[in-house]
Design a protein around this ligand. Sequence first.
Ligand code: PLP
Length: 372
Amino acid sequence: MGVSAPPTVAYLDLQAAHLELAAELEEASRRVLGGGSLVLGPEVEAFEREFARFVGARHCVGLASGLDALTLTLEAWEIGPGDEVLVPSCTFVATWLAVARVGAHPVPVEPDPATGNIDPTAVGAALTDRTRAVVPVHLHGLPADVDAIREGLGDHDALILEDAAQAHGASLRGRPVGSLGDAAAWSFYPAKNLGALGDGGAVTTDDDALAARLRSLRNYGLEGPFRHERRGSNSRLDEVQAAFLRVKLTRLEEWNERRRDVARAYLSGLRDLDVDLPHDPPDADHAWHVFAIGADHRDGVRRGLEERGIGTHCHYPVPPHLQGAFRGLGLGPGALPRAERIAGRTLSLPMGPHMSDGDVERVGAAVREVLR
Ligand SMILES: *Cc1c(COP(=O)(O)O)cnc(C)c1O
């Protein structure tokens, strides 16, 4: 009696974003309903133009998902069986799946423990004469050092495909993520910093030929009326999702700014605790898709936070090489110790542009209490 339920802070509050934008999203859907075109129409074209400009790339090609953006780019580069592609050992499984789906061999590169991103100094040692590409991931929104990776490639002609699915609006030394490599793959899964109200993806690139090939591959390999030059896919961005994305793109910078405020408050509030805090380098603008700490007894900390009404997530408790999907590679426990250490300790705190200062304080206080 008289004891109120503990305040709850959701891991991610998508509803708040959609409520803020309700009128504009309704207007966008009305535009599509009245327009008569539901796939590859004017909304997709406009979004592609607007997102290409945002990223500072010549082209944007809208696709059905981030996984397709990765896969179709590798396919457009004619990477396949017998080829090797360098991937981070510490990433979401989709990065590896894309390589496997084109029949190529994913070669893991361990992270720099300080950043969690692919260690550029380890790239050179992983190269062979079969290496065709490297796929750095901007994990949690922290830009991977694509310039240092390029240096690590030396005069090897491997292509760089940025996996930018977690880093909309991030930048490295003043240049936006997505314009750093030869191409970049994006996801607009609802929970991403720029999310649709369903699935979506895109590739940005300066390469005219790659963009043209992707436009063909996403649409049954079509090259002209009834001419199918490639064994393409059906991987198109819907008009209604493009219309929603155009609305949400107008808020991306403002919402990322708020994420940065939340991250700064966490970083200073948790500074003196016995946890690993995420890296926030001065020469990069982090997009703070995820704010992940590293802790001993992670599962206990997670339970303690849940008991106090704090939602958490785990990105990711099992690295790709220990997933059943990649059992065939023969990389057992202990094969990639840096990725495994991060996987065992990582815990993501609530993060999003609609968190109040009170929410941030409640999370900080709960983390302190649990760790004490
Ligand atoms: C979300 C994500 C993907 C896949 O995107 P989907 O749109 O869900 O297919 C790929 N790579 C990373 C790093 C991601 O976080």
